[in-house]
Design a protein around this ligand. Sequence first.
Ligand code: NAG
Ligand code: NAG
Ligand code: NAG
Ligand code: NAG
Ligand code: NAG
Ligand code: NAG
Ligand code: NAG
Ligand code: NAG
Ligand code: NAG
Ligand code: NAG
Length: 641
Amino acid sequence: MKSLSFAFMIVVLFNYFINALADNDHYIITIKTKINLKDYDDDQNVKDAVDVFVNDKLNDIYDIIEENKDTYTLENGQMDERLEELDSIVMNKRHHRSTKLLFVNQVNPQNITAIQNLQNLQKRSDNSTEILDDKIEEYIPVESKLVSPICPLDSGYAVVIYASDEVIKKVKKLPDIKRCNKSIPTENDANTYYNLDFIQKETNWTDVIVQDRFKNVSRNFYSHLSLLSQSHFDSESTEVYDNTYYYPKTAGQDIDIYFIEESGYFDYDEFDTYNGSRTITCDAISDINYDFTELSYDDERRVKGCEVSNIKNTSHGTIVSMTAGGKYTGAAKKANLHIIATSLHSFSELQSLEYIRKHARPNKTIINISRTGYGYYSEIQEKIIELRRSGVIIFVAAGNNKENCCSSMHLYGGFDDVITVGATEDTIDRDISEVFYPSVGGFYLFEKDGTDYFRDYGTSYATPLVAGVAATIMSEHTEIRYNYNLMKKTLIDMSLKDILYGLPGETANRFINNGKRVVYSPNNAYHGCGENSGYSKCSKGCCSKDNKCIEFDGSSASQYCYVSLGCQSEYSEFCLSNKSTSTSTRLVNNRCGPGYGSCIIKKSRYIDGVGCCSKDGYCGTSSQHCGKGCQSEFGACYSSN
Ligand SMILES: *[C@@H]1O[C@H](CO)[C@@H](O)[C@H](O)[C@H]1NC(C)=O
Ligand SMILES: *[C@@H]1O[C@H](CO)[C@@H](O)[C@H](O)[C@H]1NC(C)=O
Ligand SMILES: *[C@@H]1O[C@H](CO)[C@@H](O)[C@H](O)[C@H]1NC(C)=O
Ligand SMILES: *[C@@H]1O[C@H](CO)[C@@H](O)[C@H](O)[C@H]1NC(C)=O
Ligand SMILES: *[C@@H]1O[C@H](CO)[C@@H](O)[C@H](O)[C@H]1NC(C)=O
Ligand SMILES: *[C@@H]1O[C@H](CO)[C@@H](O)[C@H](O)[C@H]1NC(C)=O
Ligand SMILES: *[C@@H]1O[C@H](CO)[C@@H](O)[C@H](O)[C@H]1NC(C)=O
Ligand SMILES: *[C@@H]1O[C@H](CO)[C@@H](O)[C@H](O)[C@H]1NC(C)=O
Ligand SMILES: *[C@@H]1O[C@H](CO)[C@@H](O)[C@H](O)[C@H]1NC(C)=O
Ligand SMILES: CC(=O)N[C@H]1CO[C@H](CO)[C@@H](O)[C@@H]1O
């Protein structure tokens, strides 16, 4: 009995595994034909013979597809639509025994009569005694979306098939399959300036998704998303801003984001549930007069949206939830979104937090409270601590008043156990290199009729963006149980440090980043090095801490080529390491060493350049000076790193 249930478990997991990984793709396959294909165009007999041979192979492949159609099941459990033709075509074939499918080639049409004759001829020669009984082999022409012949090549005949992982494995084992490649879509834009393999290595994401339909860089629409997935843009390094959002395929899947808002309306494309593979609901209403209503599953408002009475701002909750999880403008496009329509009274907020505490899944739940005000409520603070203890992560807005929100009198930025989010300048229609001022700006967009977008701004919208990034981190790492402390640490570790300017003294200078840091240039123009410049390497000289290439002149290099001052050796021709103890700055005939001094050149009060002291006592920056035998007491040397 025990071993039986164990076996059952394994089967379930195994099936789940296959289904979860089902990735159906187009493959280009070259079939070896044995017949010389040079005469394909000129010799009708050659063409007919090849067409018969290739078509037979495609029939074999089609049988494999039909036998393994279950392996095409999509992530959401549904059947891949491309397989719909199987029902009609295969049924038709079964009704007519002794028939074959003829996969029509629309570029090089087959001659049905000719190949039918040919096929029968082959049959007869195979078995001459049965000629009379044998029915004529019949062909049913089909235009299939699963297999199709393409064209002869020098090396064989190319066909395309639509295969699941399982099917392609089996097809590869068929005889006469010479090559098999996945057909990877190319870009409309002739140059694909980003490198998906590289991004995958940098981020460790299961799969990288690129949202590049808003590539029009003359208007920085949607730049709020692209800002999440790259390091600091610097026009001197990459010329043109990359207005593309790169995110992990899991995109917040199976993570719940709760919104404490006055309302939320889901009648927009943005709130696509992808055929029910995520939930977008209004769960409850905490109204004035202490009314608290959990919306039942048959309540229309649950799926269409809801609001409190005496609503003050009708669009706020919709934009906030869209910014976190909208299909187009959201950071976590697959997250579950839950609105708790909550009046602006603190008692309502307490009610809503309690409702979330009772319903939240630990370590899978994020709350965004985009509300600010003044005052302190121990009750709410205690409830927040309770939520934190149960593994719920709470994001709140810093507020739009340009003031320190860390005091406990600030709702809710000053509270303990919340992650507080500020905002930067407006980024739309602006040169992105200028937007890193801290301010309440930073426009977000709101879809109206699916065509136009409203603009709105403030820390209200920065907060759900960060909550969305947190959701993508959680969905990518289901093996990690994120709680408040771990998420805060993770976001801070991943953030871009010190790229904002104009911040008052104690304000933390950290900019949200989702793990993809490399900055790409849509123009393929790279002037700097490292992270801010497509991880380019300096062809000459060193890569400084701020990602600039610094060339050496013959005798000296910038101090920024020192490892200790941040020289990035992986992007440099070399970096220098200094152990020089000599303070002498006098250089006589470029000599250095005992009796002469060091190669550190002081042109003013500040160090202007450094050189290496060669084995035989000369200053310079060539490998003869800085490499083997270099005297580290009298200058810099190549870092061994
Ligand atoms: C197709 O093949 C038949 C038999 O070989 C031939 O009579 C006919 O002309 C061919 N048709 C075309 C369009 O080539
Ligand atoms: C030829 O016909 C015989 C008798 O019907 C049958 O047993 C045999 O399998 C056939 N051979 C081929 C190659 O079809
Ligand atoms: C196709 O497959 C061959 C090996 O079978 C490989 O060398 C080649 O790079 C592949 N082409 C593409 C575009 O992946
Ligand atoms: C990615 O995964 C590799 C191997 O597990 C690990 O060494 C590396 O540190 C990871 N990188 C990031 C950015 O998490
Ligand atoms: C980019 O947007 C501007 C302003 O809407 C428009 O005039 C321009 O044609 C667009 N460029 C491209 C390449 O789509
Ligand atoms: C949802 O189902 C419809 C109809 O079957 C289909 O057209 C659409 O592509 C599906 N969407 C997703 C995201 O699976
Ligand atoms: C709603 O709130 C947003 C952001 O706080 C504000 O810009 C907008 O004007 C408000 N709309 C109304 C109708 O009050
Ligand atoms: C998230 O919190 C911010 C700041 O408190 C607020 O402006 C925004 O509306 C909140 N969003 C949700 C979905 O609660
Ligand atoms: C290396 O030299 C730089 C520039 O003079 C100096 O700031 C730094 O402290 C030195 N580092 C070491 C380890 O001596
Ligand atoms: C249900 C669950 O997995 N809870 C975990 C949430 O995260 C905390 C801290 O990492 C764990 O202690 C809980 O067990």
